[in-house]
Design a protein around this ligand. Structure first.
Ligand code: DAH
Length: 383
């Protein structure tokens, strides 16, 4: 029969022996068969083979067709009083042994499974670690540190193009045609092929581009390269980096600006840092200020880092000028309502890095000199 062909090992029930000795002898025979099979199934389990266990369990302990269930049905149930007791005891013993064997085999199987998993997931801890090669540039490190502080305050990140139109770089920022920042002296124009285009002189056009795209409330930081027509020396470079910040909401005030930037100064230079705001002028903010931080190197008593002033100039800032909102409103009418207030700030990354690391020559950042750059490897990645 098909069943037999598939499972030749299945124990088959024989009819109930007539004498108690016959019962005991037959159960002993079953027990022997069981123990032999258990041994072979256990061997298979040690090799990780679980397939035989199921057939073995079904054959002996299956709820209806298993041999023990059948003995129960065909031997125990119909047996008369005295014989019932004997058969019952014998069957219980056999069942106890069968269940214990099953548990043991399952444990063996589980151990084999674990062993196989361990073998396949082996990690060779003797392999030499791959030391990271190189490190991010000090300017990248400082930029990321600045951005990280504002990220912690809920600022998102935006970037704008380095090639800008005069409109974004100047007009929209309320920098009139006559302003000295527009002189050829300061600005690198892109020549007759691209009239009205230039290399951005600051990251402030990022303010305009962000507001054109996003309605308030917004808080955003804009890092990037900027260009000015300056001859390179110890403190000037025709290309340098800035981080711009902008917050716009319904009722932002100068107090919000101060709170934000004081937090920034403490996060950047240490918890004991004090700040002061000096009145200043930028065409795109009103009022405008420059923020100084007490010198982290001497705590304000005067040293080389602060050129004996006790203070370090950190950034320019102010409340967004209504003319700036008006310029933005040409493309994004949300800004027309007059209900928005904003503050903005901008800082130089090179300046910040030079102060933090006590450097006296901006040109070192661009020299590619490994003897210089390698000194910053230890600072990288939060180290
Ligand atoms: N864009 C200015 C510069 O390059 C820096 C600046 C000052 C940015 C004040 C601001 C600000 O957003 O409010 O000198």
């Amino acid at each position: 029969m098909l069943n037999n062909v598939l499972m030749p090992e299945y124990p088959q029930i024989v009819s109930l022996p007539a004498s108690p000795e016959g019962v005991v002898a037959q159960l002993e025979t079953y027990r022997g068969q069981f123990l032999r099979e258990a041994e072979s199934v256990e061997k298979a389990a040690q090799a990780g083979n679980a397939a035989e266990l199921q057939a073995f369990r079904d054959g002996w302990l299956g709820r209806k067709q298993g041999l023990l269930a059948q003995l129960n049905e065909h031997w125990l149930k119909p047996a008369p009083g005295e014989a019932k007791k004997l058969i019952g005891q014998q069957l219980n013993r056999l069942r106890g042994e069968a269940e214990a064997a099953m548990e043991r085999i399952e444990a063996v199987l589980e151990a084999a499974r674990l062993q196989a998993q361990l073998a396949s997931e082996t990690l060779d801890v003797t392999l030499p670690a791959r030391a990271p090669r190189g490190a991010s540039h000090p300017l990248t490190q400082v930029t990321e540190r600045i951005l990280g502080i504002f990220h912690g305050l809920g600022y998102s990140l935006a970037e704008g193009p380095e090639m800008e139109s005069a409109w974004y770089n100047f007009d929209a920022l309320n920098i009139p045609e006559s302003h000295p920042a527009r002189d050829d002296q300061d600005t690198l124009y892109l020549g007759p092929d691209l009239p009205g285009h230039l290399l951005r002189t600051h990251t402030s056009p990022g303010q305009i581009r962000v507001m054109e795209q996003q309605a308030p409330p917004l808080r955003v930081a804009v890092p990037g390269r900027v260009y000015r027509r300056d001859a390179p020396d110890a403190t000037h470079s025709p290309m340098f980096h800035q981080v711009e910040g902008l917050a716009v909401d319904e009722d932002l005030s100068f107090a919000d600006l101060k709170g934000t930037l004081e937090h920034f100064a403490r996060a950047m230079f240490g918890a004991a840092t004090r700040t002061r705001f000096r009145a200043s002028y930028f065409p795109f903010t009103e009022p405008s200020a420059e923020m100084d931080a007490s010198c982290f190197a001497c705590a304000g008593s005067g040293c080389r880092t602060c050129k004996n002033t006790g203070w370090i100039e950190v950034l320019g800032c102010g409340m967004v000028h209504p003319e700036v909102f008006r310029a933005v409103a040409k493309k994004n009418p949300v800004y027309e309502t007059g209900k928005w207030r904003g503050f903005a700030f901008g800082m130089g990354v090179e300046r910040m890095a030079m102060i933090l690391y006590g450097l006296d020559d901006i040109q070192r950042f661009y020299s590619g000199d490994l003897r210089f750059l390698e000194q910053f490897a230890a600072h990288a990645d939060g180290a």
